[in-house]
Ligand binder design. Structure first.
Ligand code: SF4
Ligand code: SF4
Length: 384
């Protein structure tokens, strides 16, 4: 179906009529972030972003595209798995305590402008929080009330590699509606697909018409353009075995010399899900609270077990993170923990690049499995 640009507001109105709070991309303090939207005028019309290792800039486009950028520092996980969440509080009552359960978010949320890599990330977090042996009721309660408006990418960022991870740029599942934005010869419109019954019902409320062949072809060209532009690539052939057989590779020392263990990469990653729990009390012992907060395998406290941290060095922590993402995750959850969104590369303050680290290990595989043998700390990249 085709929805004209000037009718996009009717999609907002239909979602609001159905009780959804609309969350989506908006320009804030020099970055495109996810926040509550009140109308289509909150979208970053005419803006794009430039990304590279440790670099992010927004800049003006020469057209009025509403989705002419890729992904920013936020991911949708902040709405389903909030960075800081009070789990309960308690008040002293005589000789005991009364526990007060938290009233958690019950609003229906419409995620507007979800990219293909992000749909894959949502599916990964669903597996962890909602579809496994242990269900997180806070996550599941929110997730069950989400309506997804996906957007096919029309351009790729400098750090994107979804094609390598088979997670994009075209959306394939996990959406209620999917939009492809087309701007050609002064005509600005969206080719719309419905992925669910709920999506069809919303679409029925909008002024739409069947897409003509030329319009469908134009939409396909939009995605093909993004496919051809990937800023990064990663060879994932045998990656689990590659990493399992290179625990002692000298490249881990090399990357540890650059890594600040700041944890930015895990905070921005749409699939990372580690958290910690903190209990706090007031000084009089009358009131206590339990909070859940995002944590990271890059902190020393995260692996602290009576007497010390299991992973006390930056080398051990970086190796843990990358090996979990690309290898042990596969054994644990049946898929890679990386969807190729590129955020960890863009938002790493020293520009450490997961694709480059894999290339370095593959190029100088010390396990004897394949690739070049290396008995020193330098890699092919270093000597280049
Ligand atoms: S890899 Fe980069 S973002 Fe991640 S902890 Fe190290 S310095 Fe920080
Ligand atoms: S590891 Fe990096 S590229 Fe992969 S999903 Fe996480 S942030 Fe994105």
């Amino acid at each position: 179906m085709v929805l004209e640009r000037e009718s996009l507001g009717t999609l907002f109105e239909a979602l609001v009529r159905q009780g959804y709070k609309i969350l989506g991309p908006t320009l804030h303090e020099g970055a495109i972030v996810y926040d509550e939207l009140t109308s289509t005028s909150d979208l970053p019309a005419g803006w794009t972003d430039e990304q590279d290792g440790g670099t992010y800039r927004v800049k003006r486009r020469n057209d009025g595209a509403l989705f002419g950028y890729v992904v920013g520092p936020h991911s949708w996980k902040k709405f389903l798995f909030p960075p800081v969440l009070r789990l309960w509080q308690a008040e002293r009552r005589g000789n005991g305590f009364q526990i007060e359960a938290e009233q958690h978010e019950s609003t229906k949320m419409a995620f507007f402008g979800v990219r293909s890599c992000e749909l894959h990330a949502l599916a990964i977090q669903d597996k962890v929080f909602a579809n496994g042996t242990y269900v997180d009721p806070l996550y599941k309660g929110r997730r069950d009330r989400v309506f997804v408006v996906a957007v096919n990418c029309g351009q790729a960022g400098g750090t994107c590699f979804c094609v390598s991870m088979n997670t994009g740029p075209r959306v394939s599942s996990g959406f209620d509606l999917a939009l492809t934005e087309v701007l050609e010869d002064g005509h600005h419109y969206f080719v719309v697909e419905a992925g669910t019954e709920a999506g069809l019902q919303v679409l029925a409320e909008l002024p739409h018409r069947p897409a003509e062949e030329g319009e469908k072809e134009a939409a396909e060209k939009v995605v093909a353009r993004a496919t051809a532009q990937m800023g990064r690539r990663m060879d994932t052939t045998g990656i689990k075995e590659l990493l399992y057989s290179n625990y002692e590779h000298p490249r881990w020392d090399n990357v540890a010399g650059r890594c600040l263990t700041c944890a930015n990469c895990t905070m921005v990653c749409p699939t990372c899900f580690c958290s910690t729990v903190e209990d706090v009390t007031d000084l009089k012992g009358e009131h206590a609270e339990r909070w859940r907060k995002w944590d990271s395998c890059f902190t020393t406290d995260f692996s602290y077990i009576h007497g010390g941290s299991v992973r006390s060095t930056p080398k051990a922590r970086y190796r843990q993170w990358m090996t979990h993402k690309l290898a042990t995750w596969i054994d644990q959850f049946g898929s890679s923990g990386c969807v190729g969104c590129g955020r960890c590369i863009t938002w790493c303050p020293v520009g450490i690049d997961i694709t480059e680290e894999v290339r370095a290990i593959r190029g100088t595989d010390v396990s004897g499995r394949s690739g070049k043998e290396s008995s020193h700390g330098n890699t092919r990249e270093d000597s280049d």
